[in-house]
Design a protein around this ligand. Sequence first.
Ligand code: ADP
Ligand code: MG
Length: 807
Amino acid sequence: KVIIDEVKPVVVNSVDRKPAVFVPVHRKSVIQKARLKLPILAEEQEIMELISQNSVVIIAGETGSGKTTQVPQFLYEAGYAINKMIGVTEPRRVAAISMSQRVAEEMNVSNEIVSYLIRFEGNVTDNTKIKFMTDGVLLREVQNDFLLTKYSVIILDEAHERSVYTDILIGLLSRIVPLRNKRGNPLKLIIMSATLRLEDFTENLRLFKTPPPVLKVEARQFPVTIHFNKHTFDNYLKEAYNKTVKIHTKLPDGGILVFVTGQQEVKTLVQKLRKSFKLRRNVAKTQEHNSDSDEASEIEQDLKRTLKRKKIRKVMTPVNLDDYSIPGDNDVETESELNSEDEIGEIVINTSKPLWVLPLYSLLPSYEQAKVFREPPEGTRLCVVSTNVAETSLTIPNIKYVVDSGKTKVKLYDKVTGVTSYMVTWTSKASANQRAGRAGRVAPGHCYRLYSSAVFNDTFQEFSVPEIQQKPVDDLYLQMKCMNVDKVHNFPFPTAPDLMQLKTAESRLEVLGALKNSKVTSLGRAISKFPVLPRYGKMLALSHQQNLLPYTICIVAALSVQEVLLETPITQSPEEAKNLRQKWGAMRRQWAGVGNSLLLGDPMVLLRAVGAAEYANTDGKLETFCLENGLRHKAIIEIRKLRVQLTNEIKMNVPDSDIIVDPKLAPPSDLQSKLLRQIILAGMGDQVAKKIKQEELKESEDKIKLKYAYRANNLEEPVFLHQGSVLKKTLPEFVVYQEIYETNKMYMRGVTAIEPEWLATYVPNACHLSDPLIEAEPRYDSNNGKIYCTVSGTFGPQAWPLLNVEI
Ligand code: ADP
Ligand code: MG
C-alpha cells in the first residue's frame, strides 16, 4: 500500500478568485474502474459546486449509488482535509467501521488517514483526514467543542434512518454552521439520505430558514418485480426458508438476500439453509476464513448425517422462470405444496449447486461482514440472510432476488412508565420498498414478499416512526441542558419528541438531582460527563469513596451491555439443555453469596461473573468458561472495553483518582456490598417496587396469582422478579430494578434489595417528609456528633407511607 502521510495540494486551475485545489489520490486501477460505474461519479462536479456555494446541502440517492464511499473522497480531493478533518457520522457501528475500511482501501491509504471512532474503540490518529464515527460520538464531541473546530465538513449519513442522535445533530448543526460562518471559519454540512421523506429536513423552517438545496443522485435502478404472497403466514421464518429453497432450486443464477428481524433468526435460518444446500468440503475449505471453523465442522457433521439419512423425501426439479415470475398473487399452488412440510428442516433437496449462505447483522465481527462483498466460490450461489442492516447502510453486490419477511424488531418503550418490550412488527412501506430495491442493482430483479398485498396496503405505515419518538430521552435532555439549550421543547428537532416524553425525562432527572427547577445542577454536570445513561452516571458520580469505583464501574458496564447472562443453552438435546441450565443456576446462586452480598442481587451476580470470567481469561480460558457457565463471550469483552473507557474517563474528570482496572475484581466486602446497594438506589430511585403482602389481597385466587408479586411505584399492574433473579427465594420487601419488560407478565430485571429507610436519604426528591422542626424531637448522638430526628412521610407518586424515618 502506498501511504500518503502528508497532503500536498496541487493547484489545477485559477479561473475563480479562489484557486481550486486538487489533492491527488493514487487509486489502484481495479478500484478506479469500479468507482467509474457508480452513478454518483457523474455528479461529482455538480455536488462540489453546490457544496462550495452553500453551507448546507442535502444529497439524496438510492442505496448503492456511492454516497458514503465517494462523497468523502470528493471532499478530500477538493482540499477539505488539508487543515481540518472531514467528519462522517453513521447511525450504526457496523457502517462506521466497514465504510472507513472501504474508503481507506479505495484511496489506497492506511487507517491512520481514513479512520473510525465508535463508543468502545477506534483507530483515529493525529494524521486522520477522514473520520467515520457513530452519531453518538459526534454528539459527545459537540459537548466539549461546540463549534466542532477540528472539522471543515460534517457529513451526516443515513439521515433517513432518523436515529435520535442524527436528528439532534441536524438540529445542533443548523445553529453551529451559521456561527462558524460568522466567525469566518466556515463549516459545511452535508446531509445524506436515501430518497425518503426529505421534507422533514427541507420544509422545517425552524431548522433551516432557507431550505437547503437537494441534489438527487439518479441511480441506475433496474425494474424489480414484486411478488406478494396470497396468504400471510405467522411463521415467516419457515416461509423465508421455503421461498429461498424455491428460488435456489427453480430460478436462474443471481444472489439472494433474505430479510428477517434479528441476530437469532439470522443464525437459525443460515444454519437451516447451510444444512440443506451443503457445500462440498473442498469448496468450503478454500474459501473460508480461518476463524470460521464452525461452518467447516458443521459441514463435516452434516455429511455424516446425510450418509445415515438415505431417504430423500422430495426432489425438486428446475422449472422455467416464466412459470414463476408473473407479478401478483401467483404463489398459491407452490405455496400449498411447500406448506405441507411441517418442520423447516424436513425438506431434503436434490440440487447439484451449493448455496453460499452468509449471515449479516450489526454485532457480527467485521471480517465476517466483509465476506458478503466478496465473490462467492466458483459454482455456488450467494445467499445473504440479514437483519435490516442490508436495507440501506450496506450494499451487497449482485443481488437479484430479495425475500422480504416484512418484519422488523422494535424495542417499544412506554413513555410514561418506562416499561420496555421487544416486538416484531410489520415494517413500513418505505422500508419494504427499500428492501425490494436491493434486487435491482445489477439487472432486473424479483422481490418476494412473504405477506399479501392486502396486508401491505392496509396494515403497513407509510414511514417508520423516527427513533426519537420511541425512546426515553433522559440522556439527551440532560446533554442539551448542559449545552445551555434552556427550552428543550423549542429545540429545532426534525421531528419533535412529544411533550409528555420531555416532561417525564425532566421529572426523572429532577428525582436524580441532575436538574433543579429546570436548571442543571453541579451533580447534573458531573453525571453528563459519563458516556452512559444519567442514572448510571449518578452512580459513578457517587462512588468516589470506600474504593467503590471499580465495583460501580463494573456494575454500570455490565448493566449497559445486553444479555450478559444467557438464559437458554444452545444445544440439540433437551436432556443436555436441562443439565446445563441447572449448572448455570447453581453457579449463579453461588456468585450471589449470602447476607449483604445476596441482597445486592442481580448486580452481584454480574460482578462475580465478570470477575470469574476475567480470571479464567488470564489462563486463556475465557471462551470455554463462558460456554460452560452461560455467559455471552462477546458481552464479557464489551464489558471489559467499557470498564477501561469509564476508568479513563474518571481519571480525566477526577484528577486525584488513581483507580486502575483490575480485570479480576475481588468480591466486595460486606460493607461495600451495602454501600453499593445504596448507590444503586441513588441511581434507580424512581424505579422502586414493594412486595404485595398477602393480607392486602382479598380474593383467594389473587393470593395464589400474586404470591410473588410486587407493586412498582409508578405502575398499576403487578410486577414480578424475572425468572433468573437470585432474589426469588428471598423476596425482599423493597427492591429497585434496572428495567421492567413485558412478555406475558411484567418482569423486573436487574433487581437489588433496599431498606425503606434509605429512601429519604438517597431519593429525597421523591419523598414528602413531615417538617422535622414541627413534628420530631431531635436526638443528639454523642458518638458522631450528629443530630437525628425521626419524621414520617410518603414516597413516590403512589404515596407509600414511610413511617418513622430517621434523618
Ligand atoms: P450509498 O452510500 O449510496 O448507499 P455506498 O457508497 O455505500 O453507496 O456503496 C457504493 C458501492 O460500493 C456499492 O456498490 C457497494 O457494493 C460497494 N462497496 C461498499 N463497501 C464495499 C466493500 N467493503 N467491498 C466491496 N464493495 C463495497
Ligand atoms: Mg451509504
